[in-house]
Design a protein around this ligand. Structure first.
Ligand SMILES: NC(=O)c1ccc[n+]([C@@H]2O[C@H](COP(=O)([O-])OP(=O)(O)OC[C@H]3O[C@@H](n4cnc5c(N)ncnc54)[C@H](O)[C@@H]3O)[C@@H](O)[C@H]2O)c1
Length: 340
């Protein structure tokens, strides 16, 4: 059995990863540590927890709390750590960056220390392409050599963590990898993020807020493709290396919103342009040649298919959605857009 500590496993990508890896029915024992912030939702793994009770355990803990992390690593004989836990929403980091610096930087430091002291086999940091900053329309995609140039407090906190992970590799010889992925979409994503926000607002005939003129371009990857890449890097990535992960699906926000409206048979008059996000990155695009060449990974799910699966899921999982929405997201968003 491989004992893997997954942090942030009640969030969007973490819960998809746990589902994916345990469904493989291989020798994986998953220990999920999550603080259960507004973004951590135990319902994401609800029916699944019983199914895999022999190889899955959950601890409600903050990754910044070194003592409890150290205890869990010892008690569970952890060999691998995958750090998904983060404050992940750019807009929130613009309003208040404190928890971003705490969790994304200090939390990573606490995990690195636990990894170092306990001699684990690999520490995998889940980072983001946003650490590279912004591209112009005609620029080539980010490679692993692109200098770090983060623009938001969120991406700056993630870039700082990446630097620390590399420092632990260089200074202490800690076996690490970093993955930097483009924008994920798929099931169980908190509906403050772009695609589920647009889907849920359209389903409820509410306005679809689009920043600026909607010309910003993102590269989208279906979350399961990301999960497959993470497992490849965990098991076969060269120690000390960073791997870019991308979906080969660049699209402008406004075009994406129009596609979603078309899928749902809703009018474009629902679109409302709102004041642009400060420091809004114009374009992200990823060159994933390295992981394709070294680990034989490439994205499999075509954007049209992944989007269709995602839209159908949100349509048919009203209970999940209503539970999430009833918490605090509506309050937060209504306040946000009123003030722009
Ligand atoms: N969503 C994307 O498009 C995307 C793209 C590239 C990289 N990433 C990275 O992937 C990771 C996961 O992103 P996501 O979209 O699933 O985020 P998410 O916000 O959906 O989930 C984050 C999870 O971390 C938990 N968490 C937050 N602070 C914690 C703390 N101090 N201790 C323990 N748990 C804590 C939350 O409760 C939540 O379950 C993040 O590191 C993010 O930077 C995300």
């Amino acid at each position: 059995m491989k004992n893997i500590l997954v942090t942030g496993g009640m969030g969007f990508i973490g819960s998809n990863f746990i589902r994916f890896i345990l469904d493989l029915n291989q020798d994986f024992n998953i220990i999920n540590v999550d603080k259960l912030t507004y973004a951590g939702n135990p319902e994401n793994l609800k029916e699944f927890t019983d199914k895999f009770s022999n190889c899955y355990r959950f601890y409600k803990n903050d990754i910044c709390d070194f003592d409890s992390i150290d205890k869990i690593v010892k008690k569970e004989n952890i060999e691998y750590i995958i750090n998904f836990a983060a404050e992940s929403h750019v807009d929130r980091s613009i309003n208040n960056s404190t928890t971003f610096c705490n969790t994304n930087f200090m939390g990573t430091q606490s995990l690195l220390n636990a990894a170092k002291i306990n001699g684990i086999r690999k520490f995998l940091q889940i980072s983001t392409d946003e650490v590279y900053g912004s591209l112009d329309f005609e620029d080539p995609p980010f490679t692993e050599q692109t200098p770090l140039a983060p623009n938001s407090p969120y991406s700056a906190s993630k870039a700082s963590a990446d630097l620390l992970v590399n420092a632990y590799y260089k200074t202490f010889g800690l076996p690490v990898n970093i993955t930097r992925c483009s924008n994920n979409y798929g099931l169980y994503q908190f509906p403050e993020k772009f695609i589920p926000l647009m889907i849920t607002n359209a389903l409820n005939n509410k306005k679809l807020p689009v920043y600026g003129k909607g010309i910003n371009i993102r590269d989208w990857i279906y979350v399961e493709d990301h999960c497959k890449a993470i497992l490849e890097v965990l098991l076969n990535g060269r120690i000390g290396e960073t791997y870019n992960i991308g979906g080969d699906s660049e699209i402008a926000n406004i075009d994406l919103v129009k596609i979603i409206l078309k899928h749902l048979n809703k009018p474009e008059s629902l679109i409302t342009f709102v004041k642009d996000r400060p420091g809004h990155d114009l374009r992200y695009a990823i060159n994933h040649d390295k992981i394709t060449r070294e680990l034989n990974w490439k994205p499999n799910i075509k954007f049209e298919n992944g989007l269709e699966i995602t839209i159908q899921w949100y349509k048919h999982n009203e209970n999940w959605l209503n539970n999430v929405i009833s918490k605090e997201y509506l309050k937060y968003y209504e306040h946000q857009y009123k003030n722009r």
